[in-house]
Design a binder for this molecule. Structure first.
Ligand code: COA
Length: 260
């Protein structure tokens, strides 16, 4: 598929989606959100894609937020719709994909940019990355899941401080908060994400997709995550991957998972 605002490549099981509006610091306008939805959906459905990496083009920004120029004159109704549609198309969508998504945060991840990184299953960052939710400095609040996912990831008190001050934290603080899992030099960022992706790919993709469901259930209102875990655990026993994984172990060989 041809995109105007993003680039996608698939190589050796890894689909890399790069947001490519460097002159606007990769800000998320409506067109980019739609393209990202299509690219994530296509990658999730592609048998050759085992892991997705999301990053930003250029050395300065992952994503500097939602595109402010697009919503500056919105009404109350339009504002609510912007958040609801964005959450459904991109942020909730990414969090609930069956394929693991790693955000490689390569610079500013602000507002919708940090919200996108937080929708990924986990994050790695370059040492020049800066993260924050500056929305209240614009007279609005995070609308793409930031008020929910930031406290889930770093705790309520730290999230409240970040949201209220609209301040940015650097990569090392993000690491100490648990917001990102690893920090490396900018030139090593994609290599690190690919290295982790390769470790993931050695395992059963079917089991991984069930594990994503079970972990996410911990954060869903009205859902008992332990019950979801029991259900997903049981379902694994009906998969070819389970047969291959256990047989390979007993035969003392490396498993070759069919991904079914
Ligand atoms: N929406 C729309 N355009 C944006 C943007 C956003 N969120 N973030 C950056 N841009 C644009 C700038 O308007 C500028 O465009 P121009 O060259 O046509 O004027 C371009 O990207 C470069 O940004 P600039 O502000 O000149 O870079 P900087 O290095 O001086 O500052 C930031 C970098 C990230 C600190 C600054 O761009 C910023 O504060 N951005 C907004 C962050 C934000 O509030 N995000 C939350 C939105 S809800």
């Amino acid at each position: 598929m041809n995109y105007e605002n993003i680039l996608t490549t698939t190589e050796k099981g890894i689909t890399t989606i790069t947001i490519n509006r460097p002159s606007k610091l990769n800000a998320l306008n409506k067109a980019t959100i739609n393209e990202l939805h299509n690219a994530f959906k296509a990658a999730d459905e592609a048998a050759e894609t085992k892991v997705i990496i999301i990053t930003g083009s250029g050395e300065k920004a992952f994503v500097a937020g939602a595109d402010i120029s697009e919503f500056a004159d919105f009404s109350v109704e339009n504002g609510g719709k912007l958040a609801a549609e964005g959450q459904a198309l991109l942020f909730d969508f990414v969090e609930n994909l069956s394929t693991p998504v790693i955000a490689a945060v390569n610079g500013f991840a602000l507002g919708g940019g940090l919200e996108l990184a937080m929708s990924a299953h986990f994050r790695v960052a370059s040492d020049n990355a800066k993260m924050g939710l500056p929305e209240v400095s614009l007279g609005v609040i995070p609308g793409y899941g930031g008020t929910q996912r930031l406290p889930q990831l770093i705790g309520k008190g730290r999230a409240m401080e970040m949201v209220m001050t609209a301040g940015m934290i650097d990569a090392n603080k993000a690491l100490s908060y648990g917001l990102v899992n690893h920090v490396v030099a900018p030139e090593e960022l994609i290599t690190l994400a690919e290295k982790i992706a390769n470790k993931i790919m050695r395992n059963s993709s079917v089991a991984i997709s069930k594990a994503i469901k079970a972990v996410n259930a911990n954060f869903e209102d009205g859902v008992n995550g332990f019950n979801v875990e029991v259900e997903q655990f049981g379902a694994c026993f009906g998969t070819e991957d389970f047969k291959e994984g256990t047989t390979a172990f007993l035969e003392k060989r490396k498993a070759d998972f069919p991904g079914k």
